[in-house]
Ligand binder design. Structure first.
Ligand code: SF4
Length: 386
């Protein structure tokens, strides 16, 4: 592992970022100040997953190695995996894809886990599985499995299409498949659930609204009687808390003040929370703009963007190549859900301070490249930076 970790470090570490961290997150270059959030970038779960994937490449050299979906949500890291010779399966592979696997193939389960039926299908082919699922994700699974054994429906705050939420939902069915789940994306969807619980409504309309986000055979009349709220580990804490308060209130209103039919487990992971808290702290500083670096399909990164956008101009970029010039940038619009061009992103000020943070799936070398690019456009030299 020591050899593997050295290789991983050589791909992803950044001396500049380490220097900034050692300086309390501040870098002064001429008339430009860079402020880095106290917690940012790779989390323990992602580091472990990457280490294990690199180790699999060494231990099983000569064998075919596949990844179920992406190791993490960062295109640069995934490209690096491909460069190591690791091939990709879909996160939810079709039968034909599974049928092509051979007994001496190795299949890596990513940090956010995989659905039960996918893992079982891979095992049935006789493949060796390298499971990099993060422990924090597994603790959510423990909660929803427990719900299933007690016939409590898991209401999962998450994105129905996200690998982690799909993996969690598959565990909410329980060992015998009798458990149920309902996935809510946001407070608006939770309100719809609360309204149905309190006032009832048309079950088929409800199911249409939550198509693809409920367990097979889900009946909102029967299966919202006893609920347990859990969440994808990378959601926005304030939203998750608002959802659990709303649903607890709905249960109490329906059940004459009793909350016996309601459970809540806070399953936001420590790394997500630390990055959100550190950003709130960074936003107390006087900043002209914020750059958030990370993969566009990264949930925890998207929430950092949401937090920043409420306070100041915030640009969500994949890497330094998105910064085309001091005028033009390509950034991910989280509402339009696509990368869009924009101009005038870098204020023309003599003295400028910009904040920077990165999601849990973003390596430090990408953060460094972004810092260097902005300083270059500002005409600052890093050599003189303090
Ligand atoms: S973001 Fe949290 S749950 Fe996901 S891999 Fe990192 S530590 Fe684990």
């Amino acid at each position: 592992m020591a050899h593997v970790q050295a290789q991983v470090e050589s791909h992803y570490r950044s001396e500049l970022v380490e220097r900034m961290r050692a300086q309390g997150g501040v870098l002064q270059a001429g008339k430009t100040t860079v402020r880095l959030a106290k917690e940012f970038g790779f989390c323990y779960g992602v580091e472990r997953a990457i280490d294990l994937a690199y180790a699999a490449g060494k231990v099983f050299a000569g064998q075919r190695i596949f990844l179920l979906g992406e190791i993490i949500h960062n295109p640069d890291v995934n490209a690096q995996m491909e460069a190591l010779g690791i091939r990709y399966l879909a996160a939810h592979p079709a039968e034909a894809e599974i049928a092509e696997l051979a007994a001496d193939d190795v299949v890596i389960v990513p940090a956010f886990g995989a659905e039960v039926e996918t893992v079982e299908a891979v095992k049935a082919r006789g493949c060796r599985i390298v499971d990099t699922t993060c422990g924090d994700v597994m603790s959510v699974w423990k909660r929803v499995r427990q719900n299933a054994t007690e016939l409590v429906t898991s209401v999962i705050h998450g994105k129905a299409s996200h690998e982690e939420t799909r993996a969690t939902a598959s565990r909410a069915l329980g060992g015998d498949g009798l458990g149920h789940f309902l996935i809510v994306l946001n407070l608006g969807e939770a309100q719809r659930v609360a309204d149905f619980m309190v006032r009832g409504g048309d079950a088929s309309e409800f199911l249409e609204a939550f198509r693809g986000a409920v367990s097979p055979g889900f009946d909102p009349v029967l299966h919202l009687q006893r609920i347990g709220v859990a969440n994808q580990t990378t959601m926005l804490r304030s939203e998750t808390e608002a959802i659990q308060n709303l649903l607890r209130g709905a249960v109490a209103q329906r059940d004459g003040g009793s909350t016996a039919n309601f459970r809540y487990f806070d399953t936001i992971c420590g790394a997500t929370q630390d990055r959100q808290d550190a950003l709130f702290q960074l936003l107390n500083e006087s900043l002209d703009l914020l750059l958030v670096v990370g993969g566009y399909n990264s949930s925890n990164t998207t929430h950092l963007v949401e937090i920043g956008s409420e306070k100041l101009p915030t640009w969500f970029i994949r890497n330094a190549s998105c910064i085309e010039s001091a005028e033009a940038i390509r950034h991910f619009d989280i509402h339009a859900k696509k990368e869009v061009p924009a101009v005038g992103w870098l204020p023309r000020k003599e003295r400028l301070t910009f904040g920077i943070t990165a999601g849990a799936s973003c390596p430090n070398n990408l953060i460094e490249e972004v810092v260097r690019r902005v300083l270059e456009l500002r005409g600052e030299t890093l050599a003189e930076a303090a």
